[in-house]
Design a protein around this ligand. Structure first.
Ligand code: SF4
Ligand code: SF4
Length: 357
């Protein structure tokens, strides 16, 4: 299928990624990341069945002063955006003060939250600290969401939060849904609810094989994944719907479902500052020695960004993985999501159960 918007976006992206790889090869330097995710806390007030943030244990979280110092560096480098995730970010009492500081330093700010703590007063504070985007998780209609999130009030509170945030005209209020066999059949009804709530951006992702979901049966099979792709195709004219990047390259579905390519941005355009200051590719990666590139408590962020992240930039994975090496789509896909790869669930052709590549 020919999609002009997609073609233009791909040309721009190919040029940008080509520049990054070339600069890295020739000068050993890359541009600053466009956005940085701050994994600000592993505490949470819910106990979701698919949570990826439950395995690691930390001695402590970065203090407000420590993260402010890092934010000062990001601002100096020209990073566009800082997004806080967790755990539940709003359990950090200093979160909004820190994000307000980031906003004063010229960064756009955002949070991903379960919405549970957003009452009138919290919504006012969010508005007052110039937060640019709030993404609230909603994983189904009331019973399903409450079962997945393990709390009888979680749906009502999340929907209430969305209403309050919309009333306060936060620039971007979006919803994130993790699709699994338990909620696949409810996506149509959920779409109608979001339309009623005035939500214009809806992010759908599949379960990452990490944390509580590691080794469980929350993954879609190939038939169910096809159902999801068909749902996106049928719905994307009605609501701003996009597939999160753990579904990176979509094979023959790519141009039907997207107007721009979606590559894994880890180490190329983005990275994550972890709870205790270790920097890694993205917040979904387990925070462990193999994913850590350095700590902002020990080295300047710019040095970590420039000297780390080699495997994301040299693309050796395309040669090391025999399937990728032989794949006709390798320069469209770039090897898929690193987290999905850890459980061999990174390749769209295999997920859909069809070949040959
Ligand atoms: S074989 Fe590798 S490059 Fe090809 S689509 Fe699968 S993950 Fe992507
Ligand atoms: S590793 Fe996967 S989840 Fe992380 S940024 Fe890349 S595509 Fe997204």
């Amino acid at each position: 299928m020919f999609n002009l918007r997609y073609q233009v976006a791909k040309l721009v992206d190919d040029y940008y990624l080509g520049e990054i790889v070339e600069q890295f090869d020739k000068q050993g330097r890359v541009p600053a990341p466009r956005y940085v995710v701050w994994d600000c806390s592993r505490k949470c007030n819910l106990r979701c069945v698919h949570c990826g943030a439950v395995k690691e244990r930390y001695a402590g979280e970065l203090t407000a002063e420590q993260i402010r110092r890092a934010i000062g560096e990001l601002a100096g480098l020209g990073v566009n955006m800082l997004a806080a995730t967790g755990g539940e970010p709003l359990l950090r009492e200093d979160l909004l003060d820190v994000l307000e500081y980031a906003s004063r330093r010229g960064l756009r700010t955002g949070i991903s939250t379960n919405g549970f703590l957003i009452d009138e007063a919290m919504a006012d504070r969010i508005r007052a600290c110039s937060l640019h985007s709030v993404q609230v998780s909603l994983d189904g209609l009331e019973n399903t969401h409450n079962q997945i999130r393990n709390h009888p009030e979680s749906f009502r509170r999340a929907v209430h939060a969305l209403r309050l945030l919309r009333e306060r005209r936060i620039p971007i209020v979006s919803v994130a849904t993790t699709v699994m066999p338990q909620n696949l059949a409810e996506l149509g009804a959920l779409r109608e609810l979001l339309l009623q709530l005035g939500i214009k951006r809806w992010r759908l992702a599949i379960v990452l094989p990490i944390g509580r979901a590691d080794g469980t049966s929350l993954a879609l099979n190939s038939e169910q994944l096809l159902t999801l792709l068909r749902f996106v195709q049928a719905s994307r004219k009605r609501i701003g719907l996009y597939l999160g990047e753990n579904l990176t390259f979509l094979g023959e579905w790519e141009r039907k479902l997207r107007d721009a390519p979606l590559y894994c941005p880890a180490g190329l355009r983005a990275c994550c500052i972890g709870v205790d200051g270790h920097v890694r590719g993205c917040p979904e990666q387990p925070d462990e020695p193999s994913t850590r590139e350095g700590s902002v408590l020990e080295r300047p962020f710019a040095e970590i960004w420039q000297k780390g992240f080699r495997r994301y930039r040299n693309r050796e994975i395309l040669a090391q993985d025999p399937a990728c090496a032989a794949c006709r789509s390798k320069y469209d896909c770039w090897g898929g999501c690193w987290v999905m790869r850890s459980q061999d669930r990174h390749c769209i052709y295999r997920l859909l159960g069809n070949g040959p590549r």
